[in-house]
Write a protein that binds this ligand. Structure first.
Ligand code: HEC
Length: 150
């Protein structure tokens, strides 16, 4: 038993818990963000800033990839095609200077893959069944800011 408060403090200081092990999906989540950012720099010119209602930022700057853009400007459809990708930078201010989180939505193997990152790009969520789904199901095939053509 540790009876002395000094000893107790020393014992607690010596037993700093090790950092929690990384989630198994952290590595693929980081790769997804790196790949999407590189693709945006090369060939995703379309970005819109919306002063919206999303919980992940008062202002959302939203990019869509060429697959999503082709679907958006093509004929009527009820699903976004395989590979369609959206990136949303959530920020507190309109200039996007204060990014608070980054979200990615990709249609992969028929399902939606969701990913969220903190301001430093560290993954917070990744997978097909996340806290994002319940709110996004009100969208156009789960996309909230862009409508599928009718
Ligand atoms: C409470 C509702 C809500 C939740 C929960 C939510 N979002 Fe959103 N999201 C929105 C809204 C609304 C928009 C459109 C922009 C706006 O109005 O602010 C949006 C936009 C987006 C976009 C841009 C494409 C689109 O759908 O318009 C992505 C990507 C995105 N969210 C990903 C996520 C991810 C990943 C999560 C979970 C970590 C998540 N969202 C959780 C409401 C939500």
């Amino acid at each position: 038993m540790l009876r002395s408060p000094t000893l107790l403090v020393l014992a607690i200081a010596a037993c700093d818990p090790p950092p929690p092990p990384e989630e198994p999906w952290a590595a693929p989540a980081r790769k997804l963000l790196a790949d999407v950012r590189a693709a945006i720099d090369e060939r995703w010119p379309v970005a819109e800033t919306i002063h919206g209602i999303a919980p992940h930022g008062a202002y959302s700057t939203i990019w869509r990839d060429p697959i999503a853009e082709a679907a958006r400007t093509g004929g009527a459809r009820d699903r976004w095609p395989e590979g369609a990708t959206f990136l949303c930078e959530g920020s507190r201010d309109q200039a996007g200077d204060e990014s608070i989180s980054t979200m990615i939505l990709v249609r992969k193997d028929g399902a939606w893959l969701w990913a969220q990152y903190d301001a430093a790009g560290e993954p917070l969520e990744y997978g097909s069944s996340t806290s994002c789904v319940h709110c996004h199901q009100a969208g156009s095939d789960f996309v909230r800011s862009i409508e599928l053509p009718e």
